[in-house]
Write a protein that binds this ligand. Sequence first.
Ligand SMILES: [Zn+2]
Length: 226
Amino acid sequence: MPNKRCGGLQKVEIATLLDKFIVCIAPVAQLDRAWDYGSQGCRFDSCRARHFNFYREKSMNHLYFLEEALKEAEKAFLFGEVPIGAIIVKDNEIISRAFNRKEFLQDPTAHAEILAIREAALKLNSWRLNDCVLYSTVEPCVMCCGAIIQARIKTVVYGVPDRKFGGVESLYSILEDKRNNHRPEVIRLNFPPAEELLKKFFKILRTSGEVPEPGLTGPTRNRVTP
Ligand SMILES: [Zn+2]
């Protein structure tokens, strides 16, 4: 009987799978250098420099957590799911992490954001996630935006817009709708690695019509739907 919350796989198995996967993101050290280059290339007065450093640190923080969400998306990729990952952070600590499990669970609501919200609520023993930040590699869909509002999540950060299903900016602007009793802060960062992973996934789908089973070996499961 598979354990649904970890997809029936033991941690060791997941770690082994991840070892085989090449992480396609710039090391944080490189990002550090890029930012430093920016600060050294301009002459700020001390006040502006302080502000710059403040926002630089904030952005670096967001990038760090988006990279953690990307690790989840990479797991989804390995399991033949559309590679989307999400994490929830409270007081600068990751309290839940999840990736899209729609195919495996055959559950249309098993989006990464929903699973991460459920896990966080379970951990905090509360459905109110007021002080939490949700990081998703991709723009949350309409359903996930609803869950974000229901959970009272404080801030939503994501890296890639979703032109087909996005509920934050692409199709709708649900999180900004003044009729809602809760409107989270929304931050969209430019995060190419998440987009690259999606492109890679759909390229495989287009060329082979199939996505490998977990572990990239054995018979295939998901087929392209027209
Ligand atoms: Zn969703």
